[in-house]
Design a protein around this ligand. Structure first.
Ligand code: TLP
Length: 346
């Protein structure tokens, strides 16, 4: 049975070019700074994002944690959106490992109201923790891959600057954001002091994320990566894929975005789901079951039996993610399966 996997873009398999590059990658011990392929990937990532330096890290989660560790001191507070990945899905690492207090703020499509951010920045008071960082996320995962507009990012950056604070961007899918905005990724990255982005999602690498920022930030981040056990040795076999991600996998993201819009429209037209196709900007579709009695967790099991893997986020809430390993044809088949499962079981 062919499997059509719409659970996440993290499920993408390496391309055949990546397998060839892995087999022939020049490697060295990266903890000594000796791996030429990692060094090449880090230089390329810094150049593409318009930053001074970059660090190859095993995962987006570790990249975000390293950023928090590097920007803050234990006991400080970080401001972030309440459904952000750092707050919801990173096992509380900012609090547990970096020792900071998280200050979640309500957002709409990933955007925290600027006034609310301003109010959350702590004034000097003997009782208060110090604000240490503002973190934003673009694209915003929980808001169905919503894109933060550049003007909004600029406002956050200006506020942070005026209060002597840094901004970290969780840009796991920053290339999806840049594609949707029709702009160079540098224009997205420039509004943040540091950016984490993933090679292992829509860009198809098997492993790895990048953290970019100033040279001195990356020097400290490198030490934090070592502390967390993320100092890798002959990591060039992985970095070789990352180079292909950056050079060959970005231009095709628009296809994933068109496919996501298609999924949202088809699901809405089926009558079984409530979606908002007009708000689908990138590769993630949030869909709510129209029927209140249906259970998304049960339905995902039935769809999986027919070879269609989907993600249930709550009893009535599905997430569908498009990526390079699902073609328009696959999506047509998946929609047929989804409709037939709902027809039989709703
Ligand atoms: N997101 C994954 C899951 O963890 C939910 C997914 O399937 O979407 N920031 C953002 C915005 C992310 O979406 C993710 C992964 C990460 C950070 C963490 O990256 P990894 O999985 O490499 O640790």
């Amino acid at each position: 049975m062919t499997i059509i996997d719409l659970r996440s873009d993290t499920v993408t398999k390496p391309t055949s070019e990546m397998y060839v590059a892995m087999a022939s990658a020049e490697v060295g011990d990266d903890v000594y700074g000796d791996d030429p392929t990692v060094n090449k990937l880090e230089a390329l990532a810094a150049e593409k994002l318009g930053k001074e330096a970059a660090l190859f890290v095993p995962s987006g989660t570790m990249g975000n944690l390293i950023a928090v560790l590097t920007h803050t001191k234990p006991g400080q507070e970080i401001i972030l959106e309440e459904s952000s990945h750092i707050f919801q899905f990173e096992v509380g690492s900012a609090a547990r490992v970096a020792g900071v207090q998280t200050r979640p703020i309500i957002g709409s499509r990933g955007q925290m109201d600027i006034e609310r951010i301003e109010k959350a920045i702590r004034p000097e008071n003997i009782h208060f923790p110090e604000t240490g960082l503002i973190a934003i996320e673009n694209t915003h995962n929980m808001s169905g891959g919503a894109v933060l507009p550049l003007e909004y990012m600029q406002q956050v950056a200006e506020l942070a600057k005026s209060r002597n604070l840094s901004v970290h961007l969780d840009g796991a899918r920053i290339f999806n954001a840049a594609t949707a905005l029709g702009t160079d990724v540098k224009n997205v990255a420039k509004h943040a002091d540091s950016v984490m982005f993933c090679l292992s999602k829509g860009l198809a690498s098997p492993v790895g994320s990048m953290l970019v920022g100033t040279q001195s930030f990356i020097n400290q981040a490198r030490k934090h990566r070592k502390m967390l056990g993320g100092g890798l040795r002959q990591a060039g076999v992985l970095a070789a894929c990352g180079i292909i991600s950056l050079e060959a996998m970005v231009d095709r993201l628009k296809e994933d975005h068109e496919n996501a819009k298609y999924v949202a429209k088809e699901l809405l037209e089926s009558g079984f789901f409530i979606t908002e196709p007009e708000t689908v900007e990138t590769n993630i579709v949030n869909a709510v079951l129209s029927c209140e009695r249906c259970n998304a967790f049960e339905l995902t099991k039935l769809m999986a039996e027919q070879g269609v893997l989907t993600g249930a986020r709550s009893k009535r809430h599905f997430r569908f993610v498009t990526h390079k390993d699902v073609t328009k044809d696959d999506l047509e088949k998946a929609i047929t399966v989804i409709k037939s499962v709902l027809t039989k079981n709703c």
